[in-house]
Write a protein that binds this ligand. Structure first.
Ligand code: SAM
Length: 313
């Protein structure tokens, strides 16, 4: 973990109180904290830093599941590595979705937050446009892989081909993606371990329909965004499921309740200040959609229409 993060991280278990964490370093190497702890003097929780990765999940969100998240499995790791990096590997089936989302973001000063970063592609993209980019995800497998990419400027992995067969997949980061301006941590997008009013750029791509409390995720993004001078890229296919969130908490896809109707206009209205959940209100700059592809194996792809909203305040 880059030492400058230790100075800004706060305790996610204490939210909405923002209590700073005290970093105890056990092993440090070349501007990187390899192992240690981040301690909250207020609630007593100690968050480990292990093999360079900080684990900032609040205790109530950590280890309570009996079945591991599907985002920890080798098959999803293979799918997301392809989805994030196939275009950089000149794969003939690649899609330009991450470039299209990146093109919506202008270069700006200040730090960038990629919430639900998976294996890190958009975080690397934003290192070209912001002073620093941090990716957070609650999948330790994804975050460790993103960090390995950052440390080695690339990765040689095997991805699913068919049945038990795999094929080599070699990722080399382009020279202008800047690993020293990036870090990845394990954290929850509904209890973000950063203080209010910090990020000048933020992304929430394809995650609002994956969390147990979608509105809480948007409120957390709103909290950590600058009150003035922030840019946000939101995108989602609105694949609501009761497996991810109770139907009463969906932000669309239902005929009843405060968020009846379709997800895109509801999220746009929330950003614009409906019901006062997000404040100060955001101004919508652009709306549209991007075709996003996930590869399960050589002959099985998912083609997903992800609806984006670009906003500023
Ligand atoms: C559908 S994927 C999208 C990943 C990435 N943003 C993209 O567009 O390629 C959803 C991601 O959210 C992560 N995730 C799900 N729930 C989360 C939570 N509560 N906190 C942090 N990450 C979460 C998963 O591990 C996964 O990487």
């Amino acid at each position: 973990m880059i030492p400058l993060l230790a100075d800004v991280l706060i305790c996610p278990a204490c939210l909405p109180e923002e209590n700073e964490l005290v970093c105890q370093v056990s092993l440090e190497s070349q501007d990187d904290i390899v192992s240690g702890t981040l301690d909250c003097r207020s609630c007593g929780v100690q968050y480990p830093i292990s093999e360079g990765v900080a684990f900032l999940l609040p205790p109530s969100h950590d280890g309570e599941e009996t079945v591991p998240s599907r985002y920890e499995t080798p098959s999803l790791l293979s799918s997301y590595l392809w989805s994030h990096y196939a275009d950089l590997c000149q794969d003939p089936d690649a899609h330009p979705a991450y470039q299209e989302w990146a093109n919506l973001m202008e270069a700006r000063p200040g730090p960038f937050l990629d919430a639900g970063c998976a294996v890190g592609r958009f975080t690397f993209d934003m290192s070209r446009k912001y002073d620093f980019a941090v990716g957070i995800d609650n999948s330790a497998t994804f975050v460790r892989t993103a960090r390995a990419l950052r440390m080695n400027r690339g990765l040689k992995v095997e991805i699913a081909e068919e049945g038990r067969l795999t094929r080599p997949f070699h990722i080399n980061l382009p020279g202008d993606m800047q690993p020293d301006k990036i870090d990845f941590i394990v954290a929850d997008v509904t209890a973000i371990p950063f203080p209010a009013d910090l990020f000048s750029g933020l992304a929430t791509l394809n995650i609002v329909d994956k969390v147990p409390d979608p509105l809480l995720h948007l409120k957390e993004m709103d909290r950590v965004a600058l009150g003035s001078g922030a840019r946000l890229i939101f995108s989602d296919p609105f694949s609501w499921t009761e497996e991810a969130a109770d139907k009463a908490l969906w932000l669309g896809g239902t005929g009843e309740g405060p968020h009846a109707g379709r997800g895109a206009p509801n999220v746009a209205a929330l950003l614009e200040g409906r019901d006062g959940h997000l404040s100060p209100a955001w101004e919508i700059e652009r709306q549209g959609s991007v075709w996003w592809k996930i590869r399960n194996h050589a002959n099985h792809f998912e083609l997903i229409r992800s609806c984006f909203i670009k906003a500023r305040r």
